[in-house]
Design a protein around this ligand. Structure first.
Ligand SMILES: [Mn+2]
Length: 439
């Protein structure tokens, strides 16, 4: 089903290929890996193209489409499909929800439009597209895996995904989802914040005790990495860590590690995904793209950026901790203004929602400036208990002040104009104080 529509889509695309091509892709891991697959595919067809990586497909971006080129959108476009009735021929590969009125100038691959829905990310779809153009592109499958991990889809393995995993020669290792899995274990455990392991995180003595208890010893100068552990060692380590976590918690940290070949080394796909994501969020998507294309200089730059990114996250958390917040009974508003990058505010809100700073069910609203706009992220603290639907809340507030919003029940966000900063805060307060009265 899906392969058939991808083949038709590829046929249409190849007919257009004499025209100059402009790729526009989303800046997260899925978007970047998709763009890398398409770049390689076009390169192998000896086809010239231009490319732009963006945070969001806004009307301003659409107005900037080069008029004479064929456009291909990756991991974008479904949400704004009604704005795309243009003179350009537009191709879209995407997996976000979509209404069914597709303009005449648009050809699209989106699993939601198929009779039989199968969950696939854009990198996987782009890979299937690329492979239908040439079998030679099979060696791009590892990029599809990184994209899939980036969109956290590894818990659901469907038929098509299973095939891609096999083609990518992924080694799947069952065990602990502690991270990074390719660094010596003592460091990995000591710096582990998700999960926070009592007596181990931030405690080097405690870390050595745990490793001793699990019977893991130094080989040569260093401890083994998580991915190098034997099955037996993994079992013992898992037991020792589980004993220190609550039962509710530990289920989240058991799962599959996806080991792929990247730059001729075995790597944890999550780690590569985190590096790509970090570069983009630091405003350097071109480096994440070059990294996916196998560029060595980009790899070095990317590692440095990744370190810098983690420092930004830590200082962002510190900033939030130290500065004044607007605190209601069931919500907290963190207005970071220009002190935190707009591309990091969502990640920070997520980290805070997972920590135990706010009681279960508290609504965390974090705001940061993005030029003349404000990026807002909303998260629910704790795990799964609250019935609050954040998307509905944010949609209704954004709608009242000409904002653009999106997301789902537990994590939502919007962008508003800066002039509505106070108005937004006022609306949030009104909304929740009203709800308290209602109860
Ligand atoms: Mn995606």
């Amino acid at each position: 089903m899906i392969l058939e529509s991808i083949e038709n889509f590829a046929k249409l695309f190849l007919e257009e290929i004499k025209n100059p091509i402009h790729i526009i892709s989303h800046f997260d891991t899925d978007g970047i890996t998709s763009a890398a697959i398409l770049c390689k595919t076009l390169e192998r067809l000896n086809k010239q193209f231009s490319i732009k990586i963006i945070k969001q497909l806004t009307q301003t971006e659409i107005d900037l489409f080069p008029k004479e080129k064929t456009i291909i959108l990756l991991d974008l476009g479904s949400g704004s499909i009604d704005l795309l009735a243009l003179k350009n021929k537009i191709f879209i590969i995407d997996h976000h929800e979509i209404n069914k009125n597709i303009p005449f100038n648009v050809s699209i691959i989106n699993p939601h439009l198929l009779e039989e829905y199968e969950e696939l990310c854009t990198a996987e779809l782009t890979y299937l597209f690329s492979k239908s153009i040439s079998k030679e592109n099979k060696n791009l499958s590892h990029l599809a895996i990184i994209g899939m991990i980036g969109d956290t889809m590894e818990k659901e393995i469907n038929k098509t995904r299973d095939k891609i995993i096999k083609e990518a020669d992924v080694k799947i290792k069952c065990g602990l989802l502690i991270y990074p899995s390719t660094r010596p274990l003592d460091k990995t455990l000591e710096y582990s914040s998700r999960p926070f392991i009592p007596g181990v995180t931030g405690d080097s003595k405690g870390t050595f005790e745990l490793l001793k208890e699990a019977g893991i010893e130094k080989t040569n100068k260093n401890f083994k990495t998580l991915i190098d552990l034997t099955e037996e060692e993994m079992k013992r380590l898992t037991t020792s860590i589980m004993l220190r976590l609550s039962s509710k918690e530990y289920k989240d940290y058991l799962g599959n590690l996806y080991l792929i070949k990247f730059f001729n080394k075995i790597e944890d796909a999550r780690e590569i995904s985190a590096i790509i994501n970090a570069c983009s969020r630091m405003g350097k998507s071109e480096i994440s793209l070059m990294l996916c294309l196998g560029n060595l200089t980009a790899r070095k730059k990317a590692e440095r950026l990744y370190m810098k990114y983690r420092q930004h996250i830590i200082s962002g958390l510190r900033f939030i901790e130290k500065n004044e917040k607007i605190q209601g009974r069931d919500y907290v508003i963190i207005n970071a203004k220009d002190k935190i990058k707009d591309t990091l505010i969502g990640t920070l809100a997520s980290i805070i929602s997972f920590s135990q700073v706010y009681k279960e069910g508290t609504i965390i609203i974090a705001m940061a400036y993005d030029e003349d706009k404000i990026k807002i992220s909303a998260r629910l603290a704790g795990r799964n208990k609250s019935n609050q639907n954040l998307k509905e809340v944010i949609d209704s507030i954004a709608c009242a002040i000409e904002g653009e919003s999106g997301g789902h029940k537990r994590a939502a966000g919007c962008t508003i104009k800066k002039e509505y900063e106070d108005k937004f805060i006022e609306l949030v307060k009104k909304k929740f104080e009203f709800e308290v009265v209602k109860i």
